[in-house]
Design a protein around this ligand. Structure first.
Ligand code: SAM
Length: 213
């Protein structure tokens, strides 16, 4: 998702109390930032933030960080966040997820969500795909030992690619479905993302995997 550049979006983000600006000094200090020792979950490529915002509302005892590369998209998440001032467990980062290890200490993250990640269809861009082995290696460092990655998409090619990468990276496939909305067990507590609403309304089945090391 890349919205048209919105004039002033960088300034709004720069002034927001909900965005962590001094990213590299946050590394190893996330419990201090949240003011509690609760587990920290991140969504990589959150888009407009519907999923992680709802997750934060439903789980006040857990902490959440939404990560998005583009200011114009993050701005939309901030607009929702502004309506929920009482929420203390949700911050955002505007950054490229390639730098995750600069922002999170080893074992600082309890779980990672990837939702409808960009497919990067050209082979030469495979390492930019968020469920690629290169990214799994990054997640491996920042995740607690029992931490899981949950990945949803309607893109069958990307899902197949992710299944191969899980094997290649030596991760374990814990749960998997090729039609999430018809799988009552995996649907329990499911929060729809913006893309999930759009593509499931078009009749596309949604694939989901939960993986661990
Ligand atoms: N997760 C949302 C959903 O399901 O509705 C948005 C999906 S959208 C297709 C993918 C989002 O991931 C885009 O907003 C894009 O800017 C962001 N993104 C892609 N690669 C990224 C990266 N390396 N670091 C941070 N964000 C990234």
């Amino acid at each position: 998702m890349r919205l048209r550049n919105i004039p002033g979006s960088r300034e709004v983000i720069g002034a927001s109390e909900y965005v962590i600006h001094d990213m590299e000094t946050a590394k190893g200090r996330w419990s201090e930032i949240f003011g509690n020792d609760g587990p920290i979950y991140i969504e990589v490529g959150m888009g407009k933030g519907k999923f992680i915002t709802q997750l934060a509302v439903e789980n006040p005892d857990k902490n959440f960080v939404g990560i998005e590369k583009y200011s114009s998209v993050l701005l939309r998440a901030l607009e929702k966040r502004e309506q929920l001032k009482e929420l203390k467990n949700l911050y955002f980062l505007r950054m490229d997820a390639e730098d995750l290890e600069k922002v999170f200490e080893n074992g600082e993250v309890a779980g990672i969500y990837l939702n409808f990640s960009d497919p990067w269809p050209k082979d030469r861009h495979a390492k930019r795909r968020l469920p690629s082995k290169q990214f799994l290696d990054r997640y491996d460092k920042i995740l607690v030992s029992e931490g899981k990655v949950e990945f949803k998409t309607d893109n069958q090619d990307l899902f197949q690619f992710a299944l191969e990468q899980v094997k290649e990276a030596g991760w374990r496939l814990e749960q998997c479905t090729f039609d999430l909305h018809k799988d009552s067990k995996m649907m329990e507590g499911n929060i729809m993302t913006e893309y999930e609403e759009r593509f499931s309304a078009q009749g596309n089945p949604i694939c989901k995997m939960i993986i661990s090391r």
